[in-house]
Each structure stands twice: as C-alpha cells, then as structure tokens.
Design a protein around this ligand. Sequence first.
Ligand SMILES: Cc1ncc(COP(=O)(O)O)c(C=O)c1O
Length: 386
Amino acid sequence: MSVYLDHAATTPVRPESLNAYLEAQSHFGNPSSVHAQGRQTREILEQAREVLAEAVGCHRSEVIFTSGGTESDNQLIKGLYWSRQDRPRKYILSALTEHHALLDPIHWLEKHEGAQPVWLTVDKTGQPDFAQFQQLIEELGDEIALVSLMWVNNETGALIDLQKFSALAGQRNIPVHSDAVATFGHLPFKFSETGLTAMSISGHKLGAPIGIGASIIARSAKPVSLIHGGGQERGLRSGTMNYPLAMAFAQAASAAVSDQVEREHRLGAMRDRLERELLKTIPAVSKTISGPRIEHTASFLFPGAQSDSLLFLLDQKGLCVSAGSACQAGVLGASHVLLAMGYSEAEASSVLRISLGHSTTEADVDTFLGVIEEVYSTALRAGLNR
Ligand SMILES: Cc1ncc(COP(=O)(O)O)c(C=O)c1O
C-alpha cells in the first residue's frame, strides 16, 4: 500500500463529488439544446454554477467553467491583457515564483505581443516586495495592463498578503488576477471582498476529478476570448459544457469549503509534527520558507542530495511525494520557485515537498518519518557517485 503525501499535485476525489458526477451523468442532453432533455442538463449546469459561486463568494454570473487552472490562467492573462490594449499598456506585474501555467502565457505575450513583464523580487519568506510594487504602480501606473500574483504558492505553501497588492492596484483601476489554485478550498475568503478582478481555480486540487476548473471574473471585466464557437459561458469558453464535471466540482468545492478550517487545523498539527521530528532526526535538513504559509504543505532542503534521488528512493518504499510542482514530462530540474526566492542552483535541486490532504493520517506521517533518515543517507551516497 502506498502512502500518498502529494496532495498539492492532486488529491483523491471526494465521495460526494463522485456521487454528484454519476448522478448528473445519468441525465443525457446537450445543455444548449432547447428541448426538455437539454433544459434538464442546463439546469444541472446552472445549479453547479450557483453552488460553486456560493463556495467562492461571488455572483453566479462571475463563474466561467474551464478545464482547469492552466486554461483559466491562460484565458485570464491573455484575455485581460488584450482587453486593455485600447491604449498602450504593455506592462504586466508578476513574480517568477508563479506556476508555469501563469509564467508561460506571460512569456508568450512578451514574445508575440510586445508585452513587457516586470518581475517583483520575492524574499525567502515567499513575499513579493511591496515597496517595489508601490514604486512600479507610481512610475508605470497608466501603462500597466494587469497585475497577477498567486495567493498561495503551490511549492512552498507561502501565503502572501494579496489584498494589500490588490487594494493599491485597485486605486488606479488596474485589473488584478490571482492564481488561487492552491488557495481555494483551503483558505476561507469571499471573492467579492478580495479586490480581485479575476481568479483561477481548479477542481482536482480539492477533491473533484481532473479536468474541470473555473475562471472567476468580476462583471466589470471583459477579457477577450481565446476560444470561439457557440458562445457558451458568456462567450468566453465556447464548446458543449461538461455539466457532470461542473456538478462534481461544485460539490467537491462546497465540501472542501465547509470543512476547510477544521481540516487545515488538523493537517497543520500533523505537518508541524512531521517538521519537528524530521528536523530533530536530521539536523542538516531545513525548511525552505519562514513566514506566513498554508497549513498542509511542508518544503525542505536536503543539502547534498538530489531531489530526484530522494523521490525515487521514497517511491521505492511506497511513498509518493514531490520536489515542487509535478515535474514536466518527467524531467526534474532545479525548482524555479526556489531560484526566484534567491536560493542557489544546488539548493533548488535538493528540495522535497510534502503536502497533506483530506485523506492523510498520522500513520502516513509515521511511515515517512520511519524511512527518511535511511533514504537521505542513500541519496547522499548517490550524489557522491555522480
Ligand atoms: C498554483 C497552480 N496553478 C495552476 C495549476 C494548473 O492547474 P491544472 O492542473 O488544473 O491545470 C496548478 C497545478 O499544479 C497549480 O498548483
């Protein structure tokens, strides 16, 4: 039996989500058809939108279903950028600690559309430099197309004071987007109170199946659509809507939001014990961040060991963990997040992320603690032989 400590990569589907999926799937019809069967599946879709809006704290018309976080990040970064080009506004303010789903659309806009990203400095607590942000807003103000900052970092768990940034940008009417894929379902908030223009969320990080997410877009914002066709989802996401997945997402979100405070508290206590005992057993190991962070994530440096050796050895013992975000095409390089926080290449290549979730038990933590010392010494020897 494997021990799964990689819930930030994806977390098991909650029973209420699976049941909702199966029940919705038992109804058949295209939600855009005008006949009775179509109207029935449209009703399921709209009910899902209502339930999700309630969990997010927004109006139902602000929920646009997508296939997940990557699609929402692309839709919102490119769509909001293009919607602001009625006059020259080429600057995008963000940070290099963002997920690739966000960084890559920005790089694409830079290469193909003349956008000019300005990257905020991030310190070792994971916080972007607010003084630098203030200065940039002052200097570039009217030429800024948008700001995008993730709320919780998926690799380190760092939690930023997002509202401070959105409030300042809001004073100048600059749209602010946040990748909240690692936030929603884990941290209480109401979208309507965040000062954000738009937010990306994803179902499979909180107990829905993979392949469903949403863009939450304030009614005042009009991002340009990336997909054209039947005009579904306010014209922003044409294509026949996947009502069973939408309902599965809504039910998972509702369940995750209703037990988030209790769950995070419980996982935080487990995470703290794991950290305490690990650092006591192996004093060479250190945490990658200090400062505010989400409760279910721990991130460590294992000096002298390569992340891929640690992952491989843990995997052999039946433990699923990760080095940061799920690696791209199976290739594990240094963590771009740690590099952006000022760590060296060697340090950013010796990181391990442990992320707990709704199915984690104390026994899972014990299993990890029981093998990690031996795994680390083997990984160190493997490093010497490279
Ligand atoms: C912060 C963050 N943004 C975006 C994504 C991409 O989301 P999805 O897998 O739903 O496309 C992830 C997934 O790892 C993530 O952690």
